[in-house]
Design a protein. Structure first.
Ligand SMILES: Nc1ncnc2c1ncn2[C@@H]1O[C@H](COP(=O)(O)OP(=O)(O)OP(=O)(O)O)[C@@H](O)[C@H]1O
Ligand SMILES: [Mg+2]
Length: 158
């Protein structure tokens, strides 16, 4: 598994995106929307389940850290390294996986992302906040990441 916070994927194909309020009620909507995209594009239930789980963790974190009354942008696309999910929030701080502690009931989400995703990382947004992305492993995943920022010039609506 590759883990990097510095080489966000590029996106040679058109992407799908949705913008939703940064609140827990949005999680199901986002999970179902991402699931539908992956079902349509990948037709692989393992990839679909992984995508739903990954976006749930990233989006829940984004909700927790986004300023009140802001929106979160979610994008899905085929990047140069595989199917990619991005979650943009306007919050301070930076996602960082914590070491897995068997006795802890929190701090497990990104550790799970690290286990399941082919790669994941964080890109600061030009006007504050960040995009957290995860790339899924698929049966056809092969290439190593190339370096090109994926998020410059785009920002979620407030
Ligand atoms: N979108 C984000 N913005 C700012 N900080 C974040 C964000 N996502 C995660 N973090 C930071 O990374 C840490 C680890 O995130 P992780 O998802 O692993 O754990 P958690 O959210 O604290 O607990 P759990 O996911 O188990 O409910 C968080 O405690 C937080 O400090
Ligand atoms: Mg979490």
């Amino acid at each position: 598994m590759i883990h990097t916070t510095h080489t966000p994927p590029t996106w040679p194909e058109p992407m799908a995106m949705m913008v939703v309020p940064a609140e827990p009620e949005s999680v199901k909507r986002v999970r179902d929307w991402v699931g539908a995209w992956f079902f349509d594009k990948e037709r692989d239930t393992d990839v679909l389940d992984a995508a739903r789980l990954l976006v749930s963790e990233l989006f829940t974190n984004a909700c927790r850290h986004a300023p009140p009354a802001t929106n979160i942008l979610v994008r899905v696309y085929h990047s140069d390294v595989g199917p990619t999910i991005e979650v943009w929030d306007r919050g301070d701080g930076r996602p960082a996986a914590k070491p897995l502690d068997e006795t802890s009931e929190s701090g497990r989400g990104l550790a799970m992302v690290e286990l399941i995703a082919e790669t994941w990382g964080v890109t600061p947004l030009p006007d504050g906040g960040k995009a957290t992305y995860a790339v899924l492993a698929t049966p056809s995943t092969t290439a190593a990441p190339t370096v090109r920022p994926s998020v410059a010039g785009h920002k979620p609506r407030r």
